[in-house]
Design a protein around this ligand. Structure first.
Ligand SMILES: [Zn+2]
Length: 324
């Protein structure tokens, strides 16, 4: 593979340790082909949740829409919050880059993954979506059968074709769950697809139905041991309850106890810090019994003395797993 000067550190050697060439096999539509016959159809967009909602709303899924979900993790590339012991790191080498530069860098990385699929695996398609802490990425058109989970790619149910949307969660989730920011993007993507298609439900479905994962088919280590059916179902259901009538995320309010603490402190955000932005999820009680609420740029924790701690977005995923 020719190195891309935009992403000199993004070396995909050893990538997808829990994926393999044979994820293209086992599905009834699979047949051998050469790349000359099947060009890799590639969308190559990085969308915010609001943009993804608009995209799905206007998208034509064709006569046979997808009817179940298969979750994956990339493992390599990993992320800083969910790191694999070796290999490329998706969100590394971004210090000093602005938002547009980070988006361009990550899209170049997505294209490098497409090239990896073509040249290393000989695939003519890949997973449909990739999610990270910032964007929902489109790789393979969602109206097409993807390649990502062997017999989980597509099947026939009573003679009728059924196929999945394959979602790659960027990172290594054997020991840690998806960080909150990733949960928001994955949950939103699935809830948005369910709302549009109504061909599946937001529940654990087993093979070829509703919400499932690569481990149901041929890869026990994907999407990582921390990502149980209970976990991903809750992420998607929580996201669905936060959609308003137009499919956008509802405006959320600050929990009264947190709001009270801020007002008592004079209503001033912690000095010399970025403001936390708007709430992104309802407040919840963590495993440690403390009250948390996630905001766009930080997570608030109500202290026993009534003060508020500000945590990094990634910290809370460890503290609050699993949240019930
Ligand atoms: Zn997988």
């Amino acid at each position: 593979m020719t190195p891309n000067p935009r992403i000199p550190n993004f070396d995909l050697h050893g990538a997808f340790p829990f994926g393999s060439h044979d994820d293209a096999q086992g599905a009834p539509t699979f047949s051998t082909f050469t790349l000359a016959d099947h060009a890799f159809e590639y969308v190559g967009l990085a969308l915010t949740r609001a943009e993804f909602a608009g995209y799905v709303d206007g998208y034509d899924f064709g006569k046979i829409p997808p009817s179940y979900i298969v979750f994956h993790h990339t493992a390599i590339p990993s992320t800083k919050a969910a790191r694999f012991p070796s290999g490329a790191v998706w969100d590394d080498h971004e210090d000093g880059l602005n938002e547009a530069q980070i988006k361009a860098k990550r899209l170049a990385q997505l294209a490098a993954i497409r090239d990896f699929y073509i040249h290393q695996y000989g695939w003519s398609a890949g997973p449909h979506l990739f999610c990270d802490d910032t964007y929902i990425y489109l790789m393979t058109p969602m109206a097409n059968i993807g390649i990502h989970a062997a017999e989980g790619n597509s099947t026939r149910i009573n003679g009728k074709l059924a196929y999945s949307i394959g979602i790659e969660c960027v990172g290594y989730y054997e020991k840690v769950v998806w960080p909150l920011e990733l949960q928001r993007n994955v949950g939103f993507a699935v809830a948005t697809l369910q709302r549009k298609l109504k061909t599946f439900e937001l529940r654990a479905g087993g093979k070829w139905k509703d919400l499932g994962a690569h481990c149901l088919y041929n890869k026990p280590s994907c999407p990582g041991a921390a990502i149980t059916p209970d976990f991903y179902v809750k992420v998607c259901q929580d996201a669905a309850t936060q959609l308003d009538a137009t499919g956008q995320v509802k405006a959320l309010s600050v929990h009264p106890k947190l709001l009270g603490a801020w007002q008592l402190s004079g209503g001033v955000w912690l000095k010399d810090r970025l403001t936390p932005g708007l709430p992104t999820a309802p407040a919840f009680v963590g495993k440690d019994g403390m009250l948390y609420e996630a905001f766009e740029r930080s997570v608030a924790r109500l202290k026993a003395d009534g003060g508020v701690d500000w945590l990094l977005l990634n910290e809370v995923a460890v503290l609050s797993t699993p949240v019930t």
